[in-house]
Design a protein around this ligand. Sequence first.
Ligand code: GCB
Length: 610
Amino acid sequence: MSTREGTPPLRTLLVGVDKRAVVSLDGPWHYLVDQPPFKALYNERDGSVRDNGYALNTHPNISTDKPHNDEYDFATAPTLKVPGDWNTQEPTLFRYEGVVFYQRDFNFEPRPNTRTFLHVGAANYRSFVWLNGKHICDHEGGFTPFDCEITAVAHSGSNFVVIAVDSTRHQDDIPSVSYDWFDFGGLTRDVSLVTVPAAFIDDYEVQLEHEATFTLAGEHKVFGYVHVEGAPAGTAVKIRIPEAGISTTASTGADGRAQFSAAAKSLVLWSPAKPHLYKVTVSSGADSITDDIGFRDIRVSGLKVLLNGAPVFLRGVNLHAEAPVRGGRADSDADVALMFRYLQDLHANFVRLCHYPHDERMERTADRDGIMIWSEIPLWQHISFDKPAVYDKAVVMLHEMVRRDKNKASVILWSVSNETPNNPVRTSFLTNLANEARRTDPTRLITSALIGPHGSGNQMVQDDKLMDALDVVGQNEYIGWYGGKAIDADTTQWTLPQKPIIMSEFGGEAKQGLHGAKTERWREEQQLDIYQHQFVMFSHIPQLVGLTPWILFDFRSPGRNIPVLQDGYNRKGLVSEDGKKKLAFDFMSDFYAKMPSSASGWSSSTASAK
Ligand code: GCB
């Protein structure tokens, strides 16, 4: 198995882009579809990327007597809105998985002693970027940001950028070819130009110091680092948190990092009850960023998860990054606000963002509103676990996820995978990845959602060796839907590790508005019945520290093809895709609402909820 040394360099550079003054390139971009076999993007001969095709943004000779040339033209091509998936913007692209070229012009005035980056919030799945006809960067992975430097290529006046996005699935991609969600393609998150001084802050981490033991009272320390790119060792950085009485300086080492640790006066620790954020300013030379950061401690003690030293019960739900009501990939403040309205209605204090990093607005809103987050990379079920290159790719995705969100107090869990096959090759891959996650961020908890305990009769024995590498174990199961009857859950007994357990998926499908007997499939009553029996089972799991039912909203999935009932949607939502709540929503919401906020486990959580 390849190790850190073999890992390709992290291409995402800039942390805290949403806190910088940027030039937005959101809006209409011209597009051209490059249908299979994708001759505009890939050379037929060897599959290499063509730099001499649409990337050049030439125009056809139409009304002149010049010789025949290329047969494409962005200038007169239609447009797609960025950010946005192409599937829900153009009916002929609804089921399209392939290559789309995007192009737009922008004006630029270079400023002396600055560097400029093109920042892409996310593009699914592979991206190839050219500026003024020059190939400036590529990126793989549909859910994390990347930056391409344009300083040397951009000129004064009008410039053009071309981005080819390829959403085709491949075996060795992450996720691989088969997954239970819709493959929304395109420039799905914000695109901007970020101009920074020649020496600039590309990365910083500011957190509550993670001591060996946590004490609520007494002095807390804030620690972290500021990384300055393009500055010599010994460059000064300043970290100021006025409300916490912190104003400190540090200087960069040979690696460009300035480490710091500073005592804070009586911090208000971040929690769902009080999601306090501090204004934190990091600066160096001409560069400065002011972020909003919460400070809190998350750790495991025995069978409990402790938030700021107190056991906490994670009242959660699963969520895909699909916009309710309007449909399509969630990409705006309005989409995020709507999702959070339902989380509030559910009385949730926790959300599992499935199965890939979501728009950064989710973490920002969760920080502000006091919702804890499980964030995951898209290692979903079958991945090419036997390939070192795929491991390297997984490490890059992990690093990109952690790098973007490590300053978000809301994020308490990094998940390395979901429902992967239990075999030695995969266990070694994921154990290494979990260890890498812990090395990268020792202040948070590492998890994974597991499936498939060995069972005989009503005995479920989870003996997956991957659990040894996890702080918190996610257990998925669908008793009453994919197997058995709802009532079987009453007598199901689990043998689980002596670690905190989150029941990370359970549920069943129901078509909103379809009513009948609880024995009838697809009825809201049956979905509710599944939930009620699950709760009997949960009461026998002493290690239970949280629940995330599958899933908040019905979501598109191309394999869900029962007409009328599914119509291309996975119907396990507590709410339909157009925002209507099902009976199971009210059940979960009542339960969470009645749970004492001090609840830490099932017995304390249910004491007053019944
Ligand atoms: C699972 C997967 C999830 C699916 C869900 C289902 O176990 O983790 O991605 O969508 O089951 O509905 O089958």
